[in-house]
Each structure stands twice: as C-alpha cells, then as structure tokens.
Design a protein around this ligand. Structure first.
Ligand code: ADP
Ligand code: ASP
Ligand code: MG
Length: 442
C-alpha cells in the first residue's frame, strides 16, 4: 500500500480533480491525502481575519464568493443532476458553519474550525466524483484519527490505533480518501498541522501504516536544483538522501513541508515527489541512499535576522556561549546559524517576536548589533565527502561579488549555509545555480 498526497494545485479545478481521480484509479488500492483546492485556505484565513476585526459584512462577502466558486465547481465537475444536488447540499452544511461564525464570539478555536473547511470540501468533492465514475472510495475523516499531543507533536500511538481501526472497518474500499492538514489537538479541539502541512499528514499516515512509499504529487517534476520561481534553468534532482531533503525543506524549498521528512526517515519509507501535470516524469526519490559526493540543490530562507554579540573578554570568559544560548532559549527563540571568533559570536533567528527583549539581555555580555532583511542560502549535498572539496570553493567563487555576512560549514555533512542580504538573493541564487549545476552538467 502507498500514500498518495495531492496538493492544492493538483486539485485546483474541476478538470484537475478529474485528472487526479484517474491517476488515483490507476495507482491501485492506496490511501489518498488531499489538500484544499488552491487559494481556498488563503480565503479562509481572510475570512478569519475579517471576523477577528469584527468586520461581519467583509466576512460574509468573502464566504459568499467562496460559496459561488464552489457552486461553479460542482456544476462543472459532475454530470448528473443528482450528484450535483447531493454534493451541493453537503457543501452547504460547511458554508452554514462558516456563516454561523459571523454571529458568535471569535477566538483561535473558531479560526481553526474555519481553516479546516478547505480540506473537508475538497475530499467531499473528490468522493462525489468517485461515486459518479463508479469507484468505491471511502472517506476516512482525519478529525477521527489525526491528533497532536500537549506539546503539539503528533500522537503516533493514537493515530496508529484509530487509523488502523477505521481502515479495518472498510476492507472493500478501492480507495481510501482522507484530508491532509487538519487534526485535533490534545483536548479534542479542531486544529491543523500548520500551513502546507498536508505533506506532514501524508508522512505521518505512511509512518503509522508502514507503507511501501509516500508519494507527494504537486505541480512540478520533483525537487529542482533551485527555486524555479526565481532561478533560471533549474532541473529536477533524481535522488536525495533524507537528510538532504530535510535541509532543503527546512531552508525554504517550498515543494516539501519541513516536518514531512522525519516520520518517513524514521521508518525508512521512500518519499517520491511527482508531477500531476506530467505523471510520467521521473520526479525525485528521497530515501536512505549512500553518499554519492554530489551537490544536489540550493534553497533559501527569507526573513532572517542576524545578531552579533562582541565581547573583548570572550576568549577568557568561560560560559560566554552558554549565556548567549541560554538567553535565546529563555525566549523560546531558535537559532538557525552561528559563527564564532575570539571576540564575538554571530547568530541568526527567524522568529523576531522577542527580539527587543533578547537584545536587552545580550547587552549584559557585550556590544550587540542587529541586521534584519537577511536571507540564508543553503547549499545541500554530500558537502564533506572527500571527492568534492571543490564544491565549497565553487560556492564561494559564485558569490564573489556578493557580500556574505556569515558562512556555516561542517555542522553536518549535508550543507553549507551563507547569510546574505535579501536584496542580493535573486542574483546569488542564479549565480549558484549557474556555477554548481549548469557548468557541471553542460
Ligand atoms: P502543493 O500545493 O502541491 O503542496 P507547493 O506550492 O506547496 O505545492 O509546492 C510546489 C511549489 O514549490 C512549486 O510550484 C515550486 O514553485 C515551489 N518550489 C520552491 N522551491 C522548489 C524547488 N527547489 N524545487 C521544486 N519546487 C520548488
Ligand atoms: N491547505 C493547507 C494550506 O494551504 C495545507 C496544505 O495545502 O498542505 O496550507
Ligand atoms: Mg505544499
């Protein structure tokens, strides 16, 4: 059995839904995880925003537009009037729920309920289509098995027990359909796995069922050497080690949600990135491959702030780094990158919620300076393998006329990170792609 996850663009129109239904039908008896149709979660965020601001007409207008959009989808997707009426009725219940929130107190709990609607709608649409074309699909509601614990981490035991039980109730299903992204929290309230979290849903399901493969179907033929939205002449990477994929996802390769790699890695389940628009394309396989001494891809993480703490006494000052880290720790702020010298330390963070307080504290230990609007560029591959000592040089060479604020090398065998200014990002990424991939591969 496999898990197949289809993202927002893959189910973004009636035509795409029909196309994906055919892909699913041909793939055998699998579990299918769906995202909301593209744009829907953003619209739901917008509705929640109106409700937070008590702009009821704004919320109601947006709900009405969404309802009209889905009425159009229903009209176009189904051929029989009976299916149209039945699915419209089902969707109307979701829209009634949305409307209900315009009349009640609005808190984070209601927001989570609103954000869950996109995946509830897309799975209802797909199931209706399967019924119409005579495929016996069974909807397994994510809200009945996907759950997080008190610290927000997935409750694997609960997920496994509940999901296995729900699947066992439907032994004759040709396809099991379920929602990505949505879950319940430790108190049973509706929650989600964060934006883009359907990839994580697929990986968690794959892990608890120990499936043969997790397939992430999207709108591009696998992980590319760079972000194709800003880099020219990128090409798909055939194979990635779990660690390489995790680094790329963490450092901004949007094709994969950062949390998605770990469950698959822990259970050694290959993850395949595939293109709904070109199903024959090879895509990318992520697995426990032996090191092959190549650079795979470059990713970039935006909105980074660099903090430098200079202390003339650092060499002799025992515990200096401890005090610095402890400060960030106290403010629940994770450090992404660091560089040290005898007189100081530079670190980067992406969560600036407590920046002012952190800087105040750090001033006890030295002189503090802050640079915002920075970007971490992360070059990923078997960086430290003996055969590729030239890669580091090539990376530095590619950025020869771009100011690099920090470099981090050797933290793992899989990445070199460089901190640059946001205004240099596009040029840096294109130069790296040219130097590292185009020149090597013609
Ligand atoms: P889905 O809606 O299917 O989850 P996403 O939009 O989350 O899809 O991810 C796919 C998009 O990720 C691609 O359309 C592409 O623009 C973007 N992307 C960014 N970096 C990369 C990369 N290195 N390789 C491939 N795609 C990337
Ligand atoms: N629909 C959710 C989002 O847009 C989850 C996902 O697509 O993975 O973030
Ligand atoms: Mg995604």
């Amino acid at each position: 059995m496999k898990v197949l996850k289809f993202g927002g663009t893959s189910v973004g129109s009636p035509e795409r839904i029909r196309h994906v239904a055919n892909l699913i039908r041909q793939s055998g008896r699998n579990i299918v995880v769906l995202s909301a149709m593209s744009g829907t979660t953003n619209t739901l965020v917008e509705i929640a925003d109106y409700l937070y601001k008590r702009n009821i007409p704004g919320a109601q207008d947006t709900i009405n537009q969404l309802r009209a959009k889905y009425q159009g989808v229903v009209d176009e997707l189904y051929s029989s009037d009976d299916t149209k009426a039945r699915i419209s009725d089902k969707l109307e219940r979701t829209f009634q729920v949305l409307t209900h929130f315009t009349n009640c107190e609005f808190t984070a709990a209601e927001e989570k309920e609103i954000l869950a609607c996109g995946e509830l709608i897309s799975t209802t649409l797909m199931q209706g289509y399967f019924e119409e074309i005579g495929v016996r699909s069974v909807l397994i509601p994510a809200l009945e098995y996907m759950r997080t614990g008190e610290g927000g981490e997935p409750d694997m035991k609960y997920i496994s027990t509940r999901l296995n039980r729900l699947l066992a109730l439907e032994p004759d299903a040709e396809v099991w359909l379920t929602q990505g992204y949505i879950c319940r929290n430790a108190y049973g309230e509706i929650d989600n796995l964060r934006r883009g979290g359907s990839d994580y849903s697929a990986s968690l399901i794959g892990a608890v069922l120990n499936v043969e493969e997790i397939q992430i179907w999207t709108d591009i033929d696998g992980m590319h050497t760079g972000d194709p939205r800003i880099v020219q002449h990128t090409r798909p990477v055939k194979q990635l080690h779990f660690e390489e994929a995790a680094e790329l996802a963490y450092f901004g390769a949007k094709i994969l949600h950062p949390t998605c790699v770990l469950p698959a890695k822990l259970h050694n389940i290959p993850v395949r990135l595939l293109n709904t628009l070109d199903p024959e394309a090879q895509g990318t396989v992520i697995a426990n491959f032996p090191p092959d001494g190549t650079i795979k891809a470059v990713a970039a993480k935006d909105n980074i702030t660099a903090i430098k703490i200079k202390s003339g006494r650092m060499l002799l000052a025992y515990g200096f780094l401890h005090k610095v880290f402890e400060t960030f720790n106290r403010f629940n702020t994770a450090i992404d990158m660091m560089a040290t010298s005898e007189v100081g330390v530079s670190v980067t963070i992406d969560n600036t919620q407590h920046l002012a307080a952190i800087v105040d504290e750090l001033k006890h230990f030295g002189t503090v300076s802050v640079d915002s609007d920075m970007v971490i560029v992360c070059i990923v591959g078997n960086i430290n393998s003996d055969s590729n000592s030239r890669f580091c040089a090539q990376a530095v060479e590619a950025l020869e006329d771009i100011p690099v604020r920090m470099i981090s090398y050797g933290g793992s065998n899989y990445n070199i990170s460089m901190l640059i200014r946001a205004c240099d990002k596009q040029r840096a990424l294109n130069k790296l792609n040219e130097h590292l991939f185009e020149q090597n591969h013609g």
